[in-house]
Every structure is written in C-alpha cells, then in structure tokens.
Ligand binder design. Structure first.
Ligand SMILES: Nc1ncnc2c1ncn2[C@@H]1O[C@H](COP(=O)(O)OP(=O)(O)OP(=O)(O)O)[C@@H](O)[C@H]1O
Length: 558
C-alpha cells in the first residue's frame, strides 16, 4: 500500500508547491486554534488568580486578532488544498487514460468496460483521500500536538506527559488502523467496480438484453452486486466507527488527564503555591480541547489512507499491464513509399490462444486495391490489427515502404495506414467534432469536402444545426447506412495513403450495401486499399483478390 501511495505522490510532483502550500496553511490554521485556546485558557487562569483586569490586559487582548485570523486561515486552507487536489486528480485521470490507451489498443480483452470506468472515475476520486483526508489532517494534528507539548512542557513536564501521551497515541491510529482498513477498502473498491460493470454492461447492450427478455436476470445480477457492495461498505464503516471511537476516547483521556492533574495539584500542593499550580490545569484543559478539534479527523485519516491505497492498487494494476506493442526508443525515419509486405508472419493473440496467422506472406503494392476474403474467424481482422500496430507478430515482419512496422512508433504507423470498420463508432458529439477526430485542424471546407466524397453532405446540410448537430450516443441520430457514411467521411479526412476497409458495409441491406461500396470505390480512388470482406458484390473493382486459408492468404482462384 505504501509503495503504491508513494507512486501516486510521484505522479503529483508537478503540483508539489501548491500541495505543500495547502499543508502549510492547514498547519497554520491548526496552530492558530491552539494559540487561541491557549490564550483563552491563560486568560481564564489569570482572571481566576489575579482578577479580570489582569486577564483582559494579558491574554484576552491578544485573542481578537486570532479570532479574525483563524477563519481566514481555514478558508485559505480549503481553497488551497482543494485546488491542489483537483489539479492533481485531473492529471492522474489523464495519465491513467493514456496508460489505458497504450495498453488496450486491441480492445478491452478480459477487462470489463464498467470496471475500467469505475477505476478511471471513482478510484481516481478516492485518491483525494490521500491528501485531503489523510496527509493534511495528520500533518495539522501532529503540528498541533507538538505545539501543545511545547507549551505544556514549558510550564510543567508532568502536565505535558499527562495530556500529550494520549494525543500521541491518537496520532498513531492511522498507521495502526490502515492495514485492516486497507483490506476493507479493497473489498469496497472491488464491489463498486463489479456493481458499475453490472449496471453499465446491460445498458450498453440493452437491445440484446431486451430481445431475449434478459432484463430480469440482469436486474438480479445488479441487485446481487448491490448487496455485495452494501456488505463491504458495512464492514468498512464498522471499522471506521471503531477508529472514530478510539480517537474520541484518547482525546478525552487528555482532557481528563488535565482535569485530574489540576485536582491532584489542588489537593497535594503546599500553601501559596497550590492555587497557582492547580490553575495551570486550566490552559491545559483548553489545549486538550484544541487537540480534540484538530485530532477529530485523524482516525478517519487511517481509513482515507487505506481507501486511497486500495484505489491506487486498482489503478496501478490496470495501468501497469504490459504494453502489447513495444515502442522503439529511436524510431526509424519515415518511409518514403507505402507499399506493404507481410513476410512469413506468424501470430497468435496470446500464448494460450491458437495461432491465427501461420506464415502469412502478402504484398500490397502502392495504389493497389486488394480484397481479402475468408470465412469468419479466418484472421482477416487480425491482419488489419497487425497493420495498424495494435499488436506485433511473434515471427516474421511487416513492412511499409520497406520499413519494419516494429521500428516505427504506433502513431507514425497510423498516419500512413488508417482503417474503417463495420463497428466505426460515432460519438455523442457534433458531426464536426466526430470528423475532426481524424484531423483536429481540418477547416469546415475540408469537412464538407469529405462529406461530399462520402455522399452524405446533403444529409448534414439538411440537419437543423448542420455540422454542429449532435450525433447522439453511438450515432443514434442516424440510420446504419448514414452513420457508416459519416464514419467514411472521417476516415477520408485522415491523410493516410493506405486505407483498410474491414467489412465496411456489413449489416446494411443489399441496396444500401451496394450503394455504399460504390461510394467507397470512388471516394478512396488514389489510395492503397485493403478491403476485408466475406464476399464480393461485383462493384468493388479490386486489382487482386486473396482468400484467407489456414492462416495464409492465397489467390482467390487457388
Ligand atoms: N483483440 C483480440 N483479442 C484476442 N483475440 C482476438 C482479437 N481479435 C481477434 N481475435 C481472435 O482471432 C481469431 C481470428 O479473428 P478475426 O477477427 O481476425 O477473424 P475474421 O476473419 O476477421 O472474422 P470475422 O469475419 O468474423 O470478423 C479469432 O479466434 C478471434 O477470437
């Protein structure tokens, strides 16, 4: 847990000044509280001993500026610590997103979308506990205990020991509670992830769930996940309540210690000395009250530490997954041409999965339109995935313009090779924003040109907000054929000279499929095209037709 939390703090290095400033202001606010109650206690003791005038001249006079300063410090603490946390968490979210993007290019694999969403949102948020609810309150409490010890030690070391010993024990609660709390927090985080996955997945595939009357089963799984989460939360709050109670007992022991010390001093002191000694207990009582306020958050800090530790583990667990493709330390210079060659490529998705490509050799000259056919599962999309460098072959090599893809950065590969699939997704954003994914700097004129080439410009022109019309979740505003054309327009905006079309018209009715393929033929003229399909309709005009058989690409006539 500690190592994970140290790594998280390392991620926040860029904000260390603000984070330290927040901690410093919190400590000053805690010290102001101690000073306020020390002066108040001293004033009361002076008043009791020498009369109200002495109290007013002595301590009570100094109280006024402190009374004004304290809320200002508390306000500044809030503002600084929260600003620091929000910035640190925003960075963590982007860092985690990038790590996922590097590790999941070939899809989620065995991970669940809802669970990853949970890690990206809830677990990152839980990290705020590390700073806001653990480090800052512990630092403020520790500083105030040291100040109280210094004040009391100056007047009476015995009184200091009686008051500060329970306070020091209260400060040890976070590391004592953290290991138990860490186990509880890990269970809670796991249960929340499962609950989120059980809620998100049926909603993402709601049509399929409803079409087989699966909502009752999905709801039952959701309810069970909810029960598991409640159980984990109950266990964690029991531990939290115990920690809180232990903290309260210890701060009250400090209070009782000061009181007992005063009573004993009164009972056992000698003549004139007695009252002065006993009155020392008054500021000590006030200081114990100040400590109670500053230490109130400390038991919960142990739980916050544990919660942040569990969240950090879940984040790092996903973020440290091995990268599927190695990025070369010094990438090869950009290739001049873009002819593609597969040379005796062997590939399986993981060691335990069967081989998909078994010595594939394939050439796609510049400007060619190669159709790659084959039954389901024969490895056609795997060829596309390797070309996009979503995965690397175990044997053999793939070159573009004579340069091995393995020597190129994945982003450099994707500026040369782009892909349009049957699953090409429109995001719930404007038409323009969806298109600009392929070229963020594209002008409106370039967008319209791409839309014209994809034969969907008239449709967009007729929309109430034109390019600014929102597409809806998954492009729900458009029919399948329209969405496919918008996705084609996006692919056309990419400057990549090589375009992979992976069953781009699958799922459309026969006439829409034919019309779309005709559009594709015209729109992709001048580019090198690899068309992946189960069959040809006769409108594709390929220069070469190959068929995947046993992990190899053979001429279609063979
Ligand atoms: N991202 C992936 N992770 C793990 N295995 C995968 C992945 N993509 C494909 N596979 C596996 O590789 C094998 C070949 O699948 P692939 O999608 O390449 O075939 P295909 O010919 O394109 O099939 P279809 O025509 O049905 O799309 C299958 O066993 C599939 O389960």
């Amino acid at each position: 847990m500690w190592r994970d939390l140290r790594r998280v703090l390392g991620l926040w290095r860029a904000h260390r000044t603000l984070l330290l400033l927040g901690g410093l202001v919190a400590c000053l606010a805690a010290l102001a509280g101690v000073a306020l109650l020390a002066l108040a206690g001293n004033g009361v003791a002076l008043g009791l001993h020498h009369g109200i005038a002495a109290a007013a001249v002595g301590s009570l006079f100094l109280l006024r500026p402190l009374i004004l300063l304290r809320p200002v410090l508390r306000w500044s603490e809030r503002m600084t610590t929260h600003a620091a946390t929000f910035r640190a968490l925003a960075d963590t979210r982007v860092w985690f997103f990038r790590r996922l993007a590097d590790r999941l290019p070939a899809g989620l694999g065995l991970r669940r979308a809802g669970d990853l969403l949970g890690r990206l949102v809830s677990d990152v948020e839980a990290l705020d506990g590390l700073y806001l609810r653990a480090l800052v309150p512990i630092a403020a409490a520790a500083v105030s205990v040291v100040a109280i010890a210094a004040i009391l030690g100056w007047t009476s070391p015995a009184l200091m020991a009686v008051v500060c010993l329970p306070l020091a024990l209260a400060l040890l609660l976070p590391p004592i509670l953290a290991p138990v709390a860490a186990r509880n927090a890990a269970r809670v985080a796991e249960a929340r992830g499962t609950l989120r996955a059980e809620a998100v997945e049926p909603l993402l595939g709601l049509e399929d769930v409803l079409s087989v009357n699966g909502e009752a089963a999905a709801a039952a799984r959701l309810a069970e996940a909810g029960r598991q989460q409640a159980r984990a939360e109950r266990r964690a709050s029991r531990a939290s309540a115990l920690g809180g109670a232990a903290g309260t007992v210890l701060t009250q022991l400090a209070l009782l210690g000061a009181l007992a010390w005063g009573v004993l001093a009164w009972g056992t002191g000698h003549a004139g000395d007695t009252a002065a000694q006993a009155l020392l207990a008054v500021p000590a009582l006030f200081l114990a009250l100040a400590a109670a306020e500053n230490l109130a958050a400390v038991p919960r800090a142990g739980l916050a530490l544990a919660g942040a530790g569990a969240a950090a583990r879940r984040l790092l667990d996903a973020a440290d997954a091995p990268v599927p493709v190695a990025v070369p330390a010094s990438p090869a210079p950009a290739p001049k041409g873009h002819a593609i060659r597969f040379e005796d490529v062997r590939f399986r998705w993981s060691p335990e999965r069967p081989e998909v490509l078994d010595g594939l050799t394939l050439e796609i000259p510049e400007g060619a339109r190669v159709a790659l056919l084959g039954p389901s599962g024969s490895g056609k999309s795997t060829v596309a995935a390797l070309l996009l460098r979503l995965a690397d072959p175990q044997n053999g090599r793939i070159t573009v313009g004579g340069t091995d893809l393995a020597a190129m950065a994945p982003e450099a590969v994707r500026t040369r090779i782009s892909c349009l699939t049957q699953d090409a997704r429109l995001f719930d954003d404007t038409v323009a924003a969806n298109l600009r994914l392929a070229d963020p700097a594209a002008s409106d004129a370039a967008l319209w040109q791409a839309l014209e080439r994809a034969r969907v410009a008239d449709l967009v022109r007729a929309l109430p907000d034109g390019l600014d019309t929102r597409c809806g979740e998954g492009g729900a505003r458009f029919s399948g054929g329209q969405a496919r054309r918008l996705a084609l327009a996006r692919a056309l905006l990419s400057p990549a000279p090589v375009l992979i079309l992976d069953e781009p018209a699958a799922g459309l009715d026969v006439s829409a499929e034919r019309a779309f393929l005709e559009t594709l033929g015209e729109a992709t003229a001048g580019r090198t095209v690899l068309l992946i399909a189960h069959r040809l309709l006769g409108v594709e005009r390929p220069t070469r037709v190959l068929r995947m058989v046993g992990g190899r690409a053979l001429p279609a006539t063979a």
